[in-house]
Design a protein around this ligand. Structure first.
Ligand SMILES: Nc1ncnc2c1ncn2[C@@H]1O[C@H](COP(=O)(O)OP(=O)(O)OP(=O)(O)O)[C@@H](O)[C@H]1O
Ligand SMILES: [Mg+2]
Length: 424
């Protein structure tokens, strides 16, 4: 593949590195970024088996870009910036950590060889993770966490120690779980996958490189015989043109599936306040909801004083035919939440704006509800938003993914706080 000068609107700098499946170019106008140009080349067995496959670059680029766009949209820190052309994308310029981070839901392939006695299809819960040192000449040997830490890698000023390895393992599992959820919506089982990390020029550890049909095993309907990933190519002994065409059509099918992902089910979180004086409290709930990617509406309705309008409001939202979660905000005696709960089957979360002085008295009107009502009660705006998000996430893979990422980032920020606080 010749050196390229320009791709789409990007004037390219020097070819930084060329691997088996792509070229990496500098972009003089954007020193923090690179352009990754995909090749029409398929390889397996550390490059021992390799074929030209016309059209593969476009399919791989489409798959990788779609996967990274999803990961970025739910808050996973990745190197992907944006698609640049049919066969290239822009990525943050990274120093790459030479480890393959493998995650598995079902045992198959090399795992079975390394663990004799384990039957194919053994289901890992939690997800199994493994790490391999990227070293084609030695067939990518498996490395333990201790080996990675002991290697003393330092990239863009970041030493890869215990916490960094822990973060990458947790992120790999998270990426697997998110993509597993997404593939479930297309009735495909994600069996295992590998990802790589890089450190950008600001010292951030990012999911990098590519994630495409080379990266995972994917079994439509959970049936191994229907596999549509690179394993089909790996399994070939004599590679004919017809075989290559089948591999390409599989990859194309995968890219198309991602293109036709159904939007997650529509939803609305309706925050109802009994009095406009509760507005500030409601805005806090709204803010937390929006951070989790929830659609929000805020209304004023008093179950005590405008009972008819409260009932009409419920009927209105029920008629929308989407998934609704009500959050009831009423101080003093909370009639609102229980009244909504008694007149709808959607979840109702009470989040009364109690002050420290009156919490003991007021909270009981939310908790001590008549029999037959299933509304729940929380004390803080963030808790209300999280509880609503959990209800929505049951049928919405994007909100589910955002919650999953939030859990990881909470973990990471507490680890960082510990680092900054400890004296020894
Ligand atoms: N964002 C990035 N910034 C800098 N380099 C990158 C980035 N993403 C990927 N690379 C590097 O681009 C190179 C070319 O990729 P390719 O996948 O073709 O290599 P390869 O032959 O498979 O070798 P490897 O076994 O290292 O992946 C790899 O060394 C990869 O680590
Ligand atoms: Mg590679």
């Amino acid at each position: 593949m010749a050196n390229v000068q320009q791709v789409a609107n990007y004037k390219l700098g020097k070819l930084i590195i060329e691997g088996k499946t792509k070229q990496v170019y500098g972009i003089p106008a954007e020193p923090d970024n690179v352009l990754l140009l995909s090749k029409d080349r398929i390889t397996a067995g550390d490059g021992v088996k390799a074929h030209d496959l016309k059209g593969k670059s476009v399919i791989s680029n489409k798959t990788t870009s779609k996967v990274f766009e999803i990961l970025n949209s739910v808050g996973v820190p990745t190197s992907f910036v944006k698609i640049a052309s049919d066969s290239s994308f822009i990525s943050k310029k990274c120093e790459m950590i030479p480890i393959e981070w493998v995650t598995r839901r079902l045992a198959t392939g090399s795992f079975l060889k390394r663990h004799p006695g384990v039957k194919e299809g053994y289901r890992f819960a939690p997800i199994k993770h493994e790490t391999f040192f990227k070293d084609d000449a030695n067939h990518d040997p498996q490395w333990s966490e201790e080996q990675i830490i002991s290697a003393g890698f330092n990239f863009n000023g970041i030493t890869i120690g215990e916490k960094e390895v822990d973060y990458m393992i947790k992120t790999s599992i998270l990426v697997f779980e998110i993509l597993e959820k997404i593939w479930q919506t297309r009735n495909c089982a994600l069996i295992d996958m590998k990802i790589e990390y890089g450190v950008d020029r600001n010292g951030n550890i990012l999911v990098a490189d590519v994630i495409d049909s080379d990266s995972w095993r994917l079994w439509p309907s959970g049936d191994k015989r229907l596999m549509v990933d690179k394993q089909v190519y790996r399994n070939l002994t004599n590679v004919t043109e017809t075989d290559l065409d089948t591999v390409k059509r599989n990859f194309e099918w995968v890219a198309d599936q991602l293109d036709h992902l159904l939007p997650p089910s529509d939803h609305l979180v309706v925050i109802v306040m009994g009095s406009p004086s509760d507005k500030e409290h409601c805005n806090k709930i709204k803010h937390h909801c929006e951070n989790l990617g929830l659609n929000v509406d805020i209304r004023v309705s008093s179950a005590h004083k405008t009972t008819e309008s409260t009932l009409k409001l419920i009927s209105h939202f029920e008629s929308l035919n989407i998934k609704i979660v009500f959050i009831a905000v009423a101080g003093r005696s909370n009639g609102l939440g229980p009244v909504i709960s008694g007149n709808t089957d959607f979840p109702v979360i009470n989040c009364p704006p109690c002050t420290k002085e009156d919490v003991d008295k007021d909270i009981w009107s939310s908790l001590n509800v008549p029999s037959g009502l299933g509304c729940t009660t929380v004390a803080y705006p963030e808790t209300a938003a999280l509880a609503a998000a959990q209800a929505v996430a049951l049928s919405n893979y994007i909100v589910w993914s955002r919650l999953r990422v939030k859990r990881l980032l909470n973990y990471k920020s507490l680890q960082k706080a510990d680092d900054e606080t400890r004296l020894t």
